[in-house]
Design a protein around this ligand. Structure first.
Ligand SMILES: [Zn+2]
Ligand SMILES: [Zn+2]
Length: 391
């Protein structure tokens, strides 16, 4: 059989596999290792649900808006951003606090509503990012792959779909977590159905709210989840481009107040790259970290405990770095811009020359009595002009 005739057959097999992977994300006929070693390539069939998620936002053209539906979208964004940052990131990826096995399962369920795949897949990719930050190996470095690839492209690439369970052994020993990770569309579908059902109840029993099942589905699921995806992706793309660097880490991670607001505290990314094991990413009170406040509140319920602080040595390093930065800033201010600095030297000299020139000009200027005035003032003009005629 020729190579050309085998190509359609293999692409058919791939498309069928991609369809099956919508349901069972661990289904890889060629084996996950081989898939992970492929070059980056967008898998369009596999990405159809992701495209539908974005296209669903256009539904607002048909369903319109109501304050209740819009506020539901905002609330679900915040609650699920907390799930991404406080659960997928600070618990499953870094284990910055403890919980029971049941608590862990509840957290995984909450995390699964974010539609950012399973906790193990998320943690595997995130740990890989910390190991290879801004190296060619890093799946979503804006410095290596460009902004759009780091923001959205990497998630569509075939090689990034399988979970490497060997890199998350601590989590893979819990079959309930592996099941949620493998069938990662189950919870998102139930969640969407739940919002649709809530909309049905509201349109039947609370018509005064002015919402309905389709409006709730579009705003509560499609709009909120798409915004959540892009908010989270800003950390992959922009947190290595935008903001200040306190710590001289080997990557290009940065601290950004704007990203800290969008992502509930994850914007203090340079702090986090310096020290990943702490529950808080904002190291000072003014580094607003809503995820940390939420986790602190959750610890009072007894669901989680053992929140890890920032060690004293890291805080001292932060003080030193800030001190050096303030000295550098003061030196920059004293040095000012080279153009301003040269102006400082030139202006006094120019003023001296101007004064000397003016004095010399006065000395050589003909006296009024010795000749006609060059410039006549108003009095002179009046004196020399004809008297007005009276008619
Ligand atoms: Zn990073
Ligand atoms: Zn991290």
């Amino acid at each position: 059989m020729s190579a050309d005739s085998t190509r359609p057959a293999s692409s058919f097999r791939r498309s069928t596999a991609a369809l099956l992977q919508w349901i069972d994300s661990d289904y890889t006929p060629e084996g996950p290792e081989k898939m992970r070693n492929e070059p980056d390539k967008v898998d369009w069939v596999r990405c159809i649900p992701f495209i539908i998620l974005h296209a669903g936002c256009l539904g607002i053209l048909w369903v319109g808006a109501s304050p209740f539906a819009v506020w539901t979208a905002v609330a679900l964004y915040v609650l699920r951003m907390f799930a991404v940052t406080g659960i997928y990131h600070r618990y499953f990826s870094h284990k910055t606090y403890s919980t029971s096995r049941f608590g862990q399962f509840l957290l995984a369920l909450w995390g699964a509503t974010t539609v950012q795949r399973g906790a193990l897949w998320w943690a595997y990719h995130h740990r890989h990012h910390h190991q290879h930050s801004d190296d060619p190996e890093d799946a979503h470095s804006p410095h290596v792959h460009g902004f759009w690839w780091s923001h959205i492209g990497w998630i569509t690439s075939r090689r990034n779909f399988p979970t490497d369970y060997s890199k998350v052994k601590d989590l893979a020993r819990f079959p309930e977590l592996v099941w949620l990770n493998r069938f990662d569309t189950v919870i998102p579908l139930l969640f969407a159905l739940g919002i649709f059902g809530l909309g049905f109840l509201l349109e039947t029993y609370a018509p005064g709210l002015g919402t309905d099942r389709w409006q709730m589905l579009v705003w509560g699921f499609f709009v909120s989840t798409t915004a959540l995806f892009h908010g989270t992706s800003c950390i992959n793309s922009m947190a290595h481009l935008m903001g200040r660097r306190r710590f001289n880490t080997t990557d290009d991670s940065r601290n950004s107040f704007i990203l800290a607001i969008i992502c509930l505290g994850e914007g203090w990314h340079n702090n986090h790259h310096r020290y990943q094991s702490s529950t808080r990413n904002g190291f000072y009170w003014w580094e607003i970290d809503l995820t940390y406040y939420g986790l602190k509140a959750l610890s009072w319920t007894g669901l989680i405990w053992g929140l890890k602080p920032v060690p004293q040595s890291i805080m001292e390093e932060a003080h030193r770095a800030d001190h050096l930065a303030s000295i550098a800033a003061a030196q920059r201010a004293a040095h000012v811009h080279p153009e301003v600095s040269s102006l400082k030297k030139v202006v006094p000299a120019a003023a001296a020359i101007a004064v000397a020139t003016a004095t010399a000009a006065q000395a050589t200027m003909p006296k009024k009595a010795e000749g006609p005035a060059i410039h006549r003032d108003v009095t002179e003009q009046t004196e020399h002009s004809q008297p007005p005629r009276v008619i």
